[in-house]
Design a protein around this ligand. Structure first.
Ligand code: 5GP
Ligand code: MN
Ligand code: MN
Length: 325
């Protein structure tokens, strides 16, 4: 049962002294929040925690206490000293990215995640696929450990919940999520400020990117699939960073009658990063999985080989077939 899994996770923590905490590449709000919250819990339990991600913390999330303590992975650095590793919000081992190249041989791994596509890659797995965010599982773990929340931890849990529920709007926004969010507010979380900062404000680059994306919005013949793309030149000419793509795919998905919205992003090496959002009928996790990716029923992603025009043709065809079946 879930209680036993919480206990196994806690034993994993109690059985070590120094921990390496990692999350997924191109970290989102839940990934960063969960990294910081598990780091916080480890410290509360008298453990040492080193937090590393392949990529930088999005500027937008810098308000989180300890955000600066997450270091960007440096290939020169040896991680061989860490025999206990905790991965948060990673659906599979590959999502950890290049950081995992430096893991110690035979290191024990605790996998804490909420993705339905999680393959149980850890030596210990704390997975609850009906959790709205990994941060919700960490809430359970903190309660299970009997550790009292403070504002730092509460802000992390709240941020993970807010971002993975799209601002408490997606289908995963259930009574439990709202109860936890309410408790976190009791601990002093500034909900209104975080909502404005994360959901309303845009960088100038983000708006310029949106302008280009919308210019290229395309529809399938039956108008049930809408997509847009962003290429390398768009990123360079608008001064955008990866973060500035956040929310762009929703413009495609939000069109009345559209079942699947897709964003194609040409990466620096010419690969194509795909983001899919479903209005409810299509299981985009299944489509993404067929291309080696994964995610949730209504929000999933994968990577395709370029060129971008071919990638778009292949993926739209696959989505179209999924909608017909
Ligand atoms: P996004 O479109 O925002 O990048 O990702 C949406 C969801 O799909 C997230 O839950 C993310 O974890 C998952 N996802 C995105 N890209 C990939 C991928 O390449 N592989 C896997 N396994 N999951 C992905
Ligand atoms: Mn995530
Ligand atoms: Mn998540």
């Amino acid at each position: 049962a879930y209680e036993n899994k919480l206990e196994d996770a806690l034993s994993f923590i109690q059985g070590g002294e120094r921990f390496l905490v990692v999350s997924h590449v191109q970290p989102d709000g839940d990934a960063i929040s969960s990294t910081l919250v598990i780091g916080w819990l480890l410290r509360q339990l008298g453990k040492e925690a080193v937090l590393i991600n392949e990529g930088a913390v999005p500027v937008r999330l810098a308000y989180l206490d300890g955000a600066a303590s997450i270091s960007i992975y440096n290939e020169q650095e040896s991680l061989a000293a860490y025999d206990r590793i905790i991965a948060v919000d990673c659906a599979d081992f590959r999502r950890i990215g290049r950081v995992s190249d430096a893991f110690a041989e035979g290191a024990q791994l605790l996998n804490i995640d909420h993705h339905p596509t999680n393959d149980g890659f850890g030596s210990v797995n704390l997975i609850r696929t009906d959790a709205a965010a990994t941060a919700e599982i960490l809430y359970d773990l903190i309660v299970h450990a009997g550790v009292a929340f403070d504002r730092e931890a509460a802000t992390g849990v709240y941020t993970g919940l807010l971002t993975d529920t799209g601002g408490f709007r997606y289908a995963n926004t259930n009574p439990s999520v709202m109860r936890i969010a309410s408790q976190m507010l009791e601990h002093g979380v500034e909900g209104h400020w975080i909502a404005d900062h994360l959901l309303e404000r845009m960088t100038k680059s983000q708006l310029l990117l949106l302008q280009r994306g919308l210019n290229r919005l395309s529809f399938s013949d039956d108008n049930r699939i809408a997509w847009l793309y962003i290429n390398k030149a768009d990123m360079a000419e608008t001064g955008a960073v990866g973060d500035d793509l956040e929310g762009l795919v929703n413009y495609a998905r939000n069109v009345e009658g559209v079942e699947v919205g897709i964003l194609f992003k040409e990466t620096d090496n010419g690969d194509v990063k795909v983001s899919m959002r479903s209005a409810g009928v299509a299981d985009v996790a299944a489509i993404a999985q067929a291309f080696g990716g994964g995610g949730h029923i209504r929000a999933a992603g994968c990577r395709l080989d370029g060129p971008i025009a071919d990638a778009m043709t292949r993926l739209v065809k696959s989505v179209s077939e999924a909608l017909e079946s």
